[in-house]
Write a protein of this length. Sequence first.
Length: 478
Amino acid sequence: MQARAADSGQGDQGSPAVRGARVRACGGWLPVAGLFVLSGFFSSALFQDGLAAHKKTPSHRHRSSSIPQIIPQKTGPGSQAGEAEGLYYAGVALHAKGNYEQAVEKFRSALQKRNDFPEARHAMGLALAAQGALDEAINEYRAALDAQPEFAAIHNNLGVALSEKGQLDEAIAAYRHAIRLQPGNAAPHHNLALALEAKNDLDGAVGGYRESLRLQPDNATAHNNLGLVLQKKGLLDEAIGEYRAALRLQAGASAALYSVNLSAALLAKGEVDGAIGAGRTAIRLQPENGDAHYNLGLALKAKGEVEGALAAFREVLKLDPGQGAVHYDVGQLLERAGESGAAIAEYRAMLTYRPTHGPAQEALAVLLQKNGDLDGAIAAYRAALQTAPKSIAAHNNLGVALLTKGRVDEALAAFRTATDLQPADPIAYYNLGEAFSAQQQRGAAIQSYRSYVKLAEAQPDHREKVEAVRKQLAELER
């Protein structure tokens, strides 16, 4: 997941955790009972889980100032004006301590004493936004701008509230207005970049972050967020450079966040040892960061260190039992280790968390099939095909299970679907030959075996099977 800490113009205000992109390893097919059934990793290419880009929404306070800007104004005539400003400064002090409700009351009292007080309306908007009352905050910001339209900070914070509401076009307009009024302030450039990224304008986001960094080169948050966009664009070397720049500038919990992102980028680049080191750094800085343990688990898994990876994934589940998707990773590792019963339990746990997770359904089905639970395997394959109806592996393996059960017509239908989906895949043609042979359909079996040989003879991992099929064809063609 790729979360964003937003810029307040005052340095980091704290950042939500980020989990880097997940990388899945896969295996090939293996023969079972004379047929071809794809193994538990069942994909001919790298498989990426749909959870790769989970993204947390940063809170309003990560984008705007957590302390209202105090802009001196000439004191109005009379005691009421002096009382209003006293209430305003009292509200500012309460806001600084996090006492937002009490701060709102002070600002309201100030406005009762003096209605033409845009600073108090702006400050009340910030306090309301800090409590999640975004509609009320937007109203206060707009009322403040009616009185003082050249106040750049209010335009910026209006943009923040609009962004939180998902009104991105209006937010972008507000940030750009703030930039026109105060082009040398890094914060609206940074927040504009966040909004542009949310609209998938990655080039615009990169430009916004770079301008923010030109104005404030020591802003670790901006380096981190620029790195995330560069990584999304596939520019891994540049992203890694930005994460490392952030780490040079910031320590503590924020540095743990940047180390998590660095580990994800290094792993995506194939620098496994570097990813392991960055993951361990993140854990040292923030031991309770489940995302750091998760990325470390991915890196150790990529290196083949099964026990270490299992320990890391189990720590994730210990820290946050709600991270049910991790059961899938644990299941894969246990399957590699030959612990099929434990792997089945993990896949079932994953499906309790997400019943429509097709890869877990397929992995569960393959293990059930290997363990002889054909009815369970058939049910799991059918469930997987509800989610991924074009999965060639699931159709093929469903056919194998049905054929083993003697349900030949259903098996033929499954194999034919597999060949329709991928006419160049030899495996289903071989299995079609086996099914036609079971029905004593000699001609159809010969045709299917020939198709298999034609497609598979150039593939080294099919060499032995191709020779066996050629001998089988010679017998059939006599």
